[in-house]
Ligand binder design. Structure first.
Ligand SMILES: *[C@@H]1O[C@H](CO)[C@@H](O)[C@H](O)[C@H]1NC(C)=O
Ligand SMILES: *[C@@H]1O[C@H](CO)[C@@H](O)[C@H](O)[C@H]1NC(C)=O
Ligand SMILES: *[C@@H]1O[C@H](CO)[C@@H](O)[C@H](O)[C@H]1NC(C)=O
Ligand SMILES: [Cu+2]
Length: 711
């Protein structure tokens, strides 16, 4: 017996070290292709996970990158230089591991468009020593946009253009235009912009160094503009829904759930598979919640003023479960008056929870609103909250038309419904309840499963979605919706379109007010990964524009989630759950997540940005209108503060998150601030909030948890 064990142990020891890596140990290098695709390169590493295509006689790593670029959906590959093989990897079940020296991994980072500014050479770079002895660095597929001092015609090659610049003492930079055989000696101006431009090559004199430094600002590391993704994190279930566990002083745990099965749903299963992820330790655990007899697939989720989470309806359509973060336990609440699935719910200014719609489950049509009062532990139907005004038009009918309303709790117990219907409405929850039209979003279509988030007080960004729930081309349209007094018309103004149409995408508001949209597909088609958009986009009110970020590794479409984490990063996970569907393809089940570190957490050179550090907050619980004393490390001048409500996410709905800048702030000493919470429970809703300190450069601290109790 002992001998067998020893033999097994020896065998294990003999395995090559396959240790999983969270990032490249040797430091990532960059590799660009002539058509503008930029890859991160890691030496002596491999991707564990299935290979979708192996190519042999691939001469160089650059050829391997181009092979990946040509294959739709390829974002990662491994090059084996001893065998000259290129292995294109599938996006499922990948992890970065240490490997023998002959293996090199490449990971797609970005594809530059013509005219887009570059911080380092994307395609081939080499050094040329010109006839007069000066050394010039060349970069292909690049241009310096900016004024030209002299145009020399009839120049046969890039090398000849380099010689022209080399022998002119005043030339620091030049551009070679291949088609026109022209060498353009550029003005020595700091305004020159280095851009990606096929058909052009640039030269820059690097010696003798003459005059001012050739490049006006040091090149930015791509992570400083694109952000960076973690390696995928595996879970025992598909995170179809997820929420932050409100705990203090800093939240560390995400709870996520699927249905009665880890990857399977159908019928009323009477239980739910949960998993948790602890960010502080990386620990993943698994549990089955049976005591509430509730299959929580497709529910409404809302946080209460004491941090408990109300999960209502879904596959067991009348059932309600309440999660208590203090005990990590679930209890059964009374059934809803109306059974529902795919309704959404919103916390109200007085601490109650409103829900409406949800014909997917528990019978079709007539899904009038109702409220849950946590004090009385009771649901009350509001007969005056007719769901008809929120209906979309869907080729599958009412079953889909009252799903996933975009609900925002507001002043005086009201709820603003911003979509997905073009019609917007106010729902009032006093007495029998009532509703008031709030205007129309001028949109090309209803935006079912579009994103919607209150990124500032009374300001909502919405985007994407599709006319019909499924089998429907998605929209790239985006709106800024502003609300004021309860019952008044809202204004909805179109902002820039996203670069990609997206159905089933997710959105997170960052503490600086920018919104990151991840995932989604160009045509909404449930349980598929066709036309997936791997590239996230970030929107800012200041620029009114969207910028593309580093692509994720894994498609995140129907049944995916996103959450803002207390360290200012973004958790994205899930997608799939096709059990029982026609042509169910299990390759589309994503039992994993990824964490995105946005550009604001990087300095220009790619190192971590300096964050303010919160040492203490005077209270872990507060009511609106009160003042918190916040102590920061060091002198910490010019710091501002912001509240972001902790999120819950499923089916592109996150009615818990919202951002409120804390403008009544005073510095009271070195690193000491007094921060007053706006005295408005319709804005600062009851429930768990992240308190972020923001440096004057816009870098967030790690957030402290502050529970806003109903006043
Ligand atoms: C060109 O020369 C510079 C300065 O010696 C060096 O840093 C750089 O790596 C060289 N580039 C290439 C592509 O060889
Ligand atoms: C709140 O709503 C009730 C009923 O609609 C109304 O009577 C009351 O004046 C409102 N209060 C405020 C502060 O708007
Ligand atoms: C907040 O406003 C309410 C009335 O709207 C008022 O009664 C209360 O005193 C205010 N609280 C603070 C701290 O200003
Ligand atoms: Cu669903």
């Amino acid at each position: 017996m002992w001998q067998i064990k020893a033999a097994a142990a020896a065998l294990l020891l003999a395995q090559p070290t396959l240790c999983q890596l969270s990032r490249c140990p040797s430091g990532e290098a960059r590799l660009g292709t002539p058509s503008g695709a930029l890859y991160a390169v890691c030496e002596e590493a491999d991707f564990r996970g299935s290979t979708v295509q192996s190519l042999d006689t691939v001469a160089t790593l650059a050829d391997c990158a181009q092979a990946c670029e040509r294959r739709p959906g390829c974002t990662r590959a491994v090059y084996d230089k001893t065998k000259s093989e290129c292995h294109l990897k599938s996006s499922c079940g990948m992890s970065l591991i240490a490997a023998e020296p002959q293996f090199t991994t490449i990971k797609w980072l970005h594809t530059f468009e013509a005219g887009e500014e570059i911080g380092s050479c994307v395609a081939t770079a080499r050094n040329i020593t010109s006839a007069d002895g000066s050394v010039l660095a060349t970069c292909s597929s690049a241009d310096f946009s900016g004024s030209t001092r002299e145009t020399i015609d009839g120049v046969a090659s890039l090398d000849a253009c380099a010689s022209e610049c080399g022998r002119s003492a005043s030339c620091l930079r030049a551009v070679y235009h291949q088609q026109a055989s022209q060498c353009l000696l550029k003005d020595d101006s700091a305004e020159l912009q280095w851009t990606f431009q096929p058909g052009y090559d640039t030269v820059q004199k690097i010696s003798p160094p003459s005059g001012p430094a050739p490049v006006p600002t040091p090149p930015a590391d791509p992570v400083a503009t694109l952000g960076r993704w973690s390696e995928p994190i595996k879970f025992p279930i598909i995170p179809v829904a997820a929420y932050m566990v409100p705990s203090g002083p800093v939240a560390t745990k995400i709870l996520m759930f699927s249905s009665w099965g880890a990857t399977d749903f159908g019928g009323a299963g009477g239980k739910t598979q949960f998993a948790s992820y602890d960010m502080s330790t990386g620990a993943v655990s698994e549990r089955t919640v049976v005591n509430t007899h509730h299959d929580m697939f497709c529910p409404g989720i809302s946080a209460l003023g004491d941090g408990k989470i109300v999960i209502s309806g879904g596959s067991d359509a009348a059932a309600v479960s309440i999660y208590d973060p203090a005990t990590d336990a679930f209890t059964k609440a009374p059934d809803m008056v109306v059974a529902r699935g795919y309704q959404s719910s919103a916390t109200l200014s007085d601490g109650r929870v409103f829900t409406i719609g949800g014909s997917y489950s528990g019978g079709k049509g007539g899904k009038t609103g109702e409220v849950y009062d946590p004090v009385q532990n009771k649901w009350t139907l509001l007969p005056g909250t007719d769901p008809k005004p929120i209906l979309t038009t869907d080729h599958e009918g009412i079953w889909r038309e009252d799903n996933h309303a975009w609900l925002f709790g507001w002043r005086n117990g009201s709820v603003f419904q911003a979509g997905p219907s073009k019609a917007m409405n106010w729902y009032l929850t006093d007495d029998e309840g009532s509703h008031v039209p709030a205007g129309t979003r001028e949109a090309e279509m209803d935006q079912m499963c579009g994103i919607n988030v209150m990124y500032d007080v009374g300001k909502i960004l919405s985007a994407g979605g599709s006319q019909d729930y499924t089998d429907s081309a998605a929209s790239s349209q985006a709106h800024v919706i502003e609300i004021g007094n309860v019952g008044e018309e809202a204004t909805a103004i179109t902002t820039a379109n996203m670069h990609f149409a997206r159905g089933f995408a997710n959105a997170v508001v960052l503490p600086d007010g920018q919104v990151i949209v991840t995932g989604g597909q160009k045509k909404s088609l449930v349980f598929t990964d066709t036309d997936s958009v791997l590239i996230p986009e970030i929107w800012s009110e200041k620029t009114n524009a969207w910028a593309q970020l580093a692509p994720a590794a894994i498609p995140r479409n129907y049944h995916s989630v996103s959450l803002l984490l207390p360290d200012g990063t973004v958790f994205v996970g899930g997608g799939g759950m096709c059990y029982g569907q026609k042509n169910c393809d299990r390759a589309k089940d994503h039992l994993d997540g990824e964490i995105f570190t946005p550009p604001y957490l990087f300095a220009r050179d790619g190192t971590p940005a300096a964050r303010p550090v919160v040492k203490s907050v005077s209270a872990a619980e507060a009511t609106v209108g009160t003042t918190l004393a916040v102590d920061l490390e060091g002198d910490a001048e010019g710091v501002s503060f912001v509240f972001v409500r902790m999120g819950s996410s499923t089916h592109s709905i996150n009615s818990d998150q919202r951002r409120v800048p804390l403008t009544q702030t005073q510095q009271t000493g070195p690193g000491a601030y007094s921060v007053t919470i706006p005295n408005d429970s319709g804005v600062v809703l009851p429930g768990p909030w992240y308190l972020f300190a923001m440096s004057k450069d816009g870098v967030p601290s790690i957030a402290r948890t502050v529970m806003i109790t109903p006043s």
